[in-house]
Design a protein around this ligand. Structure first.
Ligand SMILES: C[S@@+](CC[C@H](N)C(=O)[O-])C[C@H]1O[C@@H](n2cnc3c(N)ncnc32)[C@H](O)[C@@H]1O
Length: 245
């Protein structure tokens, strides 16, 4: 990683109250290189330049740590991880998290597995599958302390995909762009139907770029009714309390 990009990473982390050790800086440098190589083969991300990757993937992912919901020895599913975000920045900065990056696309999970191995991140255990299916399987349903999700779907869809995976007392941390009042209302209603309650809506801007972001935190307060999640594709096609596009 060049000196200017490293400085962007340090500043972005500092805004979140984080200081990178030399070992963590080296891991981010290696991640950058592996992502650029992987991208040439697999088209994992539209972001190609170093500062773009550093700000829009690394620093952006670290903002999931706002509010302190992702610290300590917690089991965390990263639902729809794609090329490994926010999993990798979280794993580097919070080594006590037990992370399960989940994606329905095998080639993405293969990349995440190889990259975790190369970075020595043993606490990252990737999984191929769809959240709708896993959410109905006893070994995954109501099994995790946290679900984190970045850039996957509208809130009512996320609520249906994520809340069944959480233990009662667990928390969904959904990182999104700007959230309209309509989406938030639908998200609140969906969360209530699924055993959750919106606990916090944290609107902020990304360091350096100023892009709008929202962290929506949903606590699971009772078990999810057994009919949720509905079968594959239905949460997206017929979102609870939300119009389809
Ligand atoms: C836009 S990408 C976001 C990737 C990553 N979270 C990021 O921020 O860069 C959305 C990812 O979610 C995955 N996905 C969407 N719906 C899913 C589901 N129901 N179960 C598992 N993965 C899903 C897709 O395969 C895709 O890789």
């Amino acid at each position: 990683m060049n000196a200017a990009s490293l400085e962007l990473l340090r500043q972005g982390a500092a805004e979140l109250g984080l200081e990178l050790s030399p070992a963590q800086e080296a891991q981010f440098g290696q991640l950058l290189r592996l992502l650029q190589e992987g991208n040439a083969r697999l088209n994992l991300t539209a972001l190609k330049t170093e500062p773009d990757i550093v700000l829009k993937h690394f620093v952006d992912s670290l903002t999931c740590l706002r509010g302190g919901h992702l610290t300590g020895p917690l089991s965390v599913v990263d639902l729809g991880t794609g090329g490994g975000f926010p999993t990798f920045p979280l794993a580097i900065m919070q080594p006590h998290l037990q992370l399960t990056p989940l994606d329905s696309t095998r080639k993405k999970i293969d990349f995440v597995r190889e990259t975790a191995l190369a970075l020595g991140l043993d606490q990252v255990q990737p999984l191929v599958g769809r959240a709708e299916t896993l959410g109905q399987q006893p070994e995954h349903r109501e099994h995790y302390d946290r679900v984190v999700v970045r850039a996957v779907a509208a809130l009512p869809i996320l609520a249906e995909l994520a809340l069944p995976l959480l233990k009662v007392g667990g928390v969904l941390v959904a990182q999104k762009g700007p959230v309209s009042s309509e989406e938030l209302l639908a998200g609140r209603r969906a969360a209530e139907t699924l055993g959750g309650r919106v606990q916090e809506v944290d609107a902020f801007t990304l360091p350096e770029l100023g892009d709008a972001r929202t962290l929506v935190v949903v606590e699971k307060i009772r078990p999810t009714p057994s009919k949720y999640p509905r079968r594959e594709g239905v949460p997206n096609a017929q979102p609870l309390f939300w119009k389809t596009k």
